[in-house]
Design a protein. Structure first.
Length: 430
C-alpha cells in the first residue's frame, strides 16, 4: 500500500468507506466503531471484494473513501473517476491524532472538487455529481413503482400467483407500473433457458402483466452458475473461481470475455426480450468481476464485468430498464438504470422480523447515489401484518429515494398495509 496522506483530525472525526458491491456494508465510521468484515469465506466472496484482503485495522473503501476531520479542517475525498478497468482499494486508519490514508493504486489521490465540501454529506454528493458525469450515468427518469414476487413467494412462486396479484392490483387501484417476477421462474443459475414446470407458464404470466398495461419485469443472475449446472459441466472453460454458495450448490463466475459465454448470454437475453420483458433485475453480478484467468488476457475483472453488462444492454436495448443487484458499484455506472444499495430485507424464515432491519445502514448511507449514479433501489416495502418490523422498515423505505417497490400478496394486506403501500407508491410518508 502507498501512503496518500496523513490528516490531522479531531476526536469526532469520521470516515466513509464505499463497499465493493450492493451487499457490501457501507457507512460512516468513528474511531471506536466496529468495522464490518467477513466472518466466513463465503461472506468474503458474496459480500465483500473477492480476491482483495479486507483490512483488520482500517476502514476500507473500494474506489471511494472520505475523511471528515471535524476539527475545522477540510473534508477530504479520495477516489477514482475511471472505473472502466481498475478500482483502487483505499484504507484509512487512526494513528494518534491523525488518520493515515493508503491505497494499492498510485493513481488514486485526494480529489480536487469544484467547491470545497463543508461536510461529509457535501463531499459524497460532489463526488457523485462528478463521477456520474464522467461515466455518463443513466439518471433523470421517473422512479418505477414495482410489485415484486420475492418476499411473499420466494422460490415457490407460480404463474398463477403473478396473475392473481396483477388482477388484485387493478382491483385495489394501486398505482403500479411494473410487475416483476423474481427467482423461481426458471430452473436456476446456469439453466436460464430451461423452463421450470413447477412455476407454470411464463408466457401466460408475462401476457397477464402486459395486458394490464404494465411493464413486465424478471429476475436473472446471468454472471454466475452452479458448479453442478449443465453450463459448468459442459463448458468448464467458461467458468471462473469461487463465487460463494447458494441454491444448494457452490457458485462459480463466468468468463465474460469468452465467445461461448457471450453467445450464451445473447441467447438468454434475446429470449427474455422477445417475450416482451423490458425490465430486468440482474442479480449476483459480482461473479462477473471475480479474479481469474480469462479468454482475453488483457481483460481485468472490472473490464470483463463491464463488457458483459454492456452486452446485456445491447441485446435488451437502450429503452430497457436494467436494475443491478449484488453488483460492483462504480463499474456499473452508465450501464444500469438502477442499483440495489443494500442487502436483502430478509431471507426465507425472516418474515417475522427476527432478522432485524438488515438493509437500513447501507440504504441510508448510500442515499446520495440516487439521481447521480442511477436510481437507487432501497429494496421492497413489506406491508403485511405478519412482518413484525413493518412499521420500522416502512419508515426507512418511505424516506429513501428511488424505486417504490413492495412485495406482498395483495389479498393478505390489512388496512394499515394498504395505507403504507399507497403512501409508498405516492412517494410520501404514512
Amino acid at each position: 500500500m502507498t501512503v496518500l496522506d496523513e490528516i490531522p483530525v479531531g476526536p469526532s472525526a469520521r470516515v466513509y468507506g464505499e463497499g465493493w458491491q450492493s451487499w457490501s456494508p457501507t457507512t460512516w465510521y468513528s474511531r471506536n466503531d466496529r468495522v464490518h468484515r467477513p466472518q466466513e469465506q463465503w461472506q468474503h466472496a458474496m459480500r465483500f471484494r473477492p480476491g482483495t484482503e479486507v483490512a483488520t485495522d482500517a476502514v476500507q473503501g473500494e474506489g471511494l473513501l472520505v475523511v471528515d476531520p471535524r476539527d475545522g479542517g477540510a473534508v477530504r475525498v479520495f477516489g477514482t473517476l475511471d472505473a472502466s478497468r481498475e478500482v483502487p482499494t483505499i484504507r484509512a486508519s487512526w494513528q494518534g491524532d491523525s488518520i493515515v490514508v493508503e491505497t494499492d493504486a498510485e493513481q488514486t489521490a485526494s480529489m480536487s472538487l469544484s467547491r470545497a465540501p463543508e461536510t461529509g454529506a457535501d463531499a459524497l454528493t460532489s463526488f457523485g455529481d462528478r463521477f456520474g458525469e464522467a461515466s455518463d450515468a443513466r439518471v433523470g427518469g421517473a422512479a418505477p413503482r414495482v410489485w415484486c414476487t420475492w418476499y411473499q413467494y420466494f422460490e415457490e412462486v407460480r404463474a398463477s400467483d403473478v396473475i392473481e396479484n396483477v388482477r388484485a392490483i387493478d382491483a385495489a387501484g394501486f398505482d403500479v407500473d411494473v410487475v416483476q417476477i423474481d427467482d423461481g421462474w426458471s430452473l436456476g443459475a446456469g439453466e436460464w433457458t430451461a423452463p421450470n414446470p413447477r412455476f407454470g407458464s411464463l408466457p401466460d404470466a408475462v401476457s397477464a402483466i402486459l395486458d394490464s398495461g404494465r411493464r413486465a419485469g424478471i429476475w436473472v443472475a446471468p454472471f454466475s452458475v452452479g458448479a453442478s449446472s449443465s453450463v459448468a459441466r459442459e463448458h468448464p472453460d467458461w467458468v471462473l473461481g469461487d463465487a460463494g454458495r447458494n441454491w444448494g450448490d457452490d457458485m462459480r463466475g463466468l468468463d465474460l470475455t469468452h465467445p461461448g459465454v457471450r453467445d450464451y448470454l445473447t441467447r438468454v437475453f434475446t429470449e427474455i426480450r422477445d417475450r416482451g420483458v423490458d425490465y430486468v433485475k440482474l442479480d449476483f453480478l459480482y461473479a462477473g468481476a471475480l479474479p481469474g484467468r480469462r479468454h482475453d488476457p488483457d481483460a481485468t475483472g472490472v473490464s470483463a464485468y463491464r463488457s458483459g453488462l454492456a452486452l446485456i444492454r445491447e441485446v435488451m436495448g437502450d429503452d430497457a430498464f436494467l436494475l443491478g443487484c449484488g453488483a460492483p458499484l462504480l463499474p456499473s455506472v452508465g450501464l444500469v438504470d438502477a442499483m440495489r444499495v443494500a442487502g436483502d430485507t430478509f431471507h426465507e424464515g425472516g418474515e417475522d422480523g427476527s432478522q432485524g432491519l438488515r438493509g437500513r445502514m447501507s440504504v441510508e448511507s448510500r442515499a446520495w447515489q440516487d439521481g447521480r449514479l442511477w436510481t437507487n433501489d432501497p429494496d421492497c416495502l413489506v406491508a403485511r401484518p405478519e412482518f413484525a418490523l413493518r412499521e420500522e422498515w416502512a419508515e426507512v423505505v418511505l424516506a429513501a429515494p428511488g424505486i417504490r417497490g413492495f412485495s406482498d400478496r395483495i389479498a393478505g394486506l390489512d388496512d394499515r398495509g394498504r395505507e403504507l403501500v399507497r403512501a409508498l407508491l405516492a412517494g410520501g410518508a404514512a
